[in-house]
Design a binder for this molecule. Structure first.
Ligand code: NDP
Length: 286
């Protein structure tokens, strides 16, 4: 079977180029420049890289970005007051607090403090609830990116058996709701699932969001299935990134598969840009 490798870098570049064009129009016709505020607390190197990439993406698509780099000992109260100020500013369309936060700060309190209208990460309970009942709202960027990868690769979703491995609030659960919205028949598996191999083998589409290197091996996959690997794990010995899927052995069985890196990863930032653009569009005519 011919396996198609889904090129996340290419598709994310297409999405960003579309946003760049739409942004130029929004500025020219309505004098609105989308603006994303990014808040980083502490000096975690991985978070610093993510924040830098988000700022670069803003620059590329023509957004303004505001950057708040706060020391690791910032109090929760101080962080909430920064968010409160940004909530009030009409020129700021998206607020992103880079996770994880230092232990002394309650992540839930921070997520809840961001105005749902500016919650471009899609983590606020209002946006999660909207997704659940099919109303408009911001959708968590990684699962939204997976849908774009599938659609733009021509994968049929409607009526297909989809197994999602992982049930986190930021990936697995919203992923399940989005696949349901696309009319897939959805199973959500997790660490307590019995006989995960047999459950996965039923699937036309397997989405792995586990956080365990190469957990999904070839014997979990039906011949001709589509495999989407959300996992980002670092191999302790080689230092290289790898996914939750044993790519070398799984790929020959699939009709389509995403690599790690270069699959789902690049889509997350593209969808963040998309959410921020959509937020700015809501200001037309104000
Ligand atoms: P979490 O740790 O929050 O969730 C992991 C999920 O996997 C849990 O639901 C857990 O089950 C389940 N799980 C763990 N072990 C097993 C197992 N052996 N069998 C079946 N299910 C299992 O992780 P996230 O959802 O935040 O992230 C998942 C992966 O995706 C990570 O590698 C992360 O780095 C990556 N990621 C990638 C992004 C991207 O941009 N590409 C963005 C976000 C995450 P239980 O609930 O029972 O504990």
């Amino acid at each position: 079977m011919e396996t198609r490798i889904i090129d996340g870098k290419l598709i994310s570049a297409q999405v960003k180029d579309e946003i760049k064009d739409k942004t130029a129009k929004l500025i020219a016709e309505h004098n609105i420049t989308p603006c994303l505020a990014v808040i980083l607390v502490g000096e975690d190197p991985a978070s610093q890289v993510y924040v830098r990439n988000k700022k670069r993406a803003c620059e590329y698509v023509g957004f303004k970005s505001l950057s708040y780099e706060l020391p690791a000992d910032t109090t929760q109260e101080k962080l909430l007051s920064v968010i409160c100020e940004l909530n009030k500013r009409s020129d700021v369309h998206g607020i992103l607090v880079q996770m994880p936060l230092p232990k002394h700060i309650n992540e839930k309190a921070v997520i809840d403090a961001i105005s749902p209208d500016k919650d471009v990460d899609g983590f606020h309970p209002m946006n999660v609830g909207a997704l659940c009942i099919g109303e408009e709202g911001f959708v968590s960027c990684t699962p939204a990116g997976v849908i774009q990868l599938l659609k733009r690769s021509g994968a049929e979703i409607s009526g297909k058996e989809c197994v999602i491995v992982g049930r986190s609030n930021i990936v697995g659960k919203p992923m399940a709701l989005l696949m349901l919205r696309e009319n897939a028949t959805v199973t959500v598996a997790h660490s307590k699932t019995k006989d995960l191999k047999e459950v996965c083998k039923r699937a036309d589409i397997v989405i792995a969001a586990i956080g365990k290197a190469k957990a999904i091996t070839a014997d979990y996959i039906k011949e001709g299935a589509i495999v989407i690997d959300v996992g980002i794990n670092r191999n302790e010995e080689t230092g290289k990134l790898c996914g939750d899927v044993d790519y070398e052995n799984v790929a020959p069985k699939c009709s389509m598969i995403t690599p790690v890196p270069g699959g789902v990863g690049p889509m997350t930032i593209a969808m963040l840009m998309n959410n921020c653009y959509e937020s700015a569009v809501r200001h037309i005519g104000e």
